[in-house]
Design a protein around this ligand. Structure first.
Ligand code: AMP
Length: 374
């Protein structure tokens, strides 16, 4: 299928061509027509599936087809709620890129920086607002944001909102939206709490479940080392002697372990940074930037910090431990092998973690190759 076949505005197609996308991804193929037909959408899709374009492109098209009736002060026509600042910035950039030839204004607001900057953003009257819940609620309460004219609402990475304890804020924001509107909810996993929100906001949604399917079809080589817990760091160091481990995302279960691994790597002159919930925004952004620009070779992350982050060309994902929730594993390995590029996911599994590994294999419907210890 081509983007032309999705009946998109030529101005949007021109922008997509500049991004060098050749054809729509599975999620885009299903989501774009559904959204253009004004359906609600429930997407079980991971970052890397092209889900941002899957909602951003049809939103841009719908808004450009039906210009705003009146340019009321601070009138937001589409609201995208996301769990993290990094994701907000990234999604804002995607909207800007796909909509670069349209007369649609995009604004982004998120916590961690002075609200003054965001008041300025809202004064520019964006048609589309991408926001993290806490900061947006703050701006609504101070009278800077008016959601009464929102036509399309997107809740992205909904499962991460649960981890960020932002659920209360999300519900308060939803209560400010007009009753008649189009809704989309995207989540990599669908725990009970997310399904509850989905059921309360979505009206007969078109359902797309690309999560596991796309991992199956993505070009990701999966391998596992059976290794004792205390030997994991030396195994990591041994593997990193191989220079083909060019750009490596290492996952640890805890923040403390992320810092410890990072410290050990740096002592060994392997340039690395850690990102997790205890790092402030500028530290996290800086680490991501260094990693994206290949100034550091290793990024050590906890699940919450890494989720939803769009980094291309990660050659290897290394799981220093096996996560308790199998979907988290799928999410982790989905950081590599993205947008058609091949990647390798390596997991370190201790005796105690063997049962967890079995559950993961069951979810994927295949076993993971065991590699001899070097
Ligand atoms: P997302 O899942 O939205 O985070 O997108 C993951 C990455 O895939 C982003 O870097 C996008 O620029 C890229 N992407 C999205 N759609 C396509 C497409 N149709 N073809 C190639 N790359 C794409």
């Amino acid at each position: 299928m081509t983007f032309q076949e999705l009946c998109l505005n030529q101005l949007i197609i021109n922008a997509i061509e500049e991004k060098k996308y050749i054809s729509p991804t599975q999620v885009q193929e299903k989501a774009i027509p559904a959204v253009l037909n004004r359906n609600d959408l429930l997407g079980c899709a991971h970052t890397g599936s092209g889900k941002t374009a899957a909602f951003a492109i049809p939103i841009l098209q719908l808004l450009s087809e039906k210009p705003a009736i009146s340019k009321k002060h601070n009138m937001i026509r589409s609201l995208v709620l996301v769990p993290t600042r990094e994701l907000a910035i990234q999604i804002g950039e995607s909207f800007e890129a796909y909509g670069k030839y349209l007369d649609i204004q995009v604004g982004v607001v998120y916590g961690g920086i002075t609200p003054k900057r965001h008041i300025k953003v809202l004064k520019k009257e964006p048609d589309i607002l991408i926001a993290t819940p806490g900061r947006l609620l703050d701006l609504i309460n101070k009278g800077y944001a008016d959601l009464s004219k929102v036509e399309v609402f997107v809740l992205d990475e909904a499962d991460q909102m649960l981890n960020f304890r932002a659920l209360d804020d999300v519900n308060k924001i939803i209560s400010q939206l007009p009753k008649v509107r189009q809704n989309m909810l995207f989540s990599a996993t669908m725990p009970k709490e997310v399904m509850k929100i989905a059921n309360s906001i979505l009206n007969k949604p078109v359902k797309i479940d690309d999560n596991i399917e796309s991992i199956k079809s993505a070009d990701i080589k999966q391998q596992v080392y059976l290794v004792n817990e205390p030997d994991k760091t030396s195994l990591l160091l041994r593997l990193l002697e191989d220079k083909s481990y060019e750009s490596v995302l290492v996952f640890t279960r805890t923040k403390k372990k992320a810092d410890k691994v990072c410290k050990t790597l740096n002592i060994q002159n392997i340039r690395s940074k850690a990102i997790h919930g205890d790092k402030n925004q500028s530290q996290r952004l800086k680490a991501l930037e260094l990693f994206k620009n290949k100034e550091i070779r290793i990024l050590v992350a906890t699940d919450v910090a890494a989720r939803g982050i769009d980094i291309q060309n990660i050659s290897h994902v290394i799981n220093m431990d096996i996560p308790n929730v199998p979907e988290t594993f799928i999410h982790r390995i989905g950081r590599t092998g993205r947008a058609g590029i091949s990647g390798t996911a390596i997991s370190f599994c201790s005796n105690e973690e063997k049962e967890l590994l079995k559950t993961i294999e069951k979810l994927q419907g295949k076993s993971i190759e065991i590699i001899e210890m070097p």
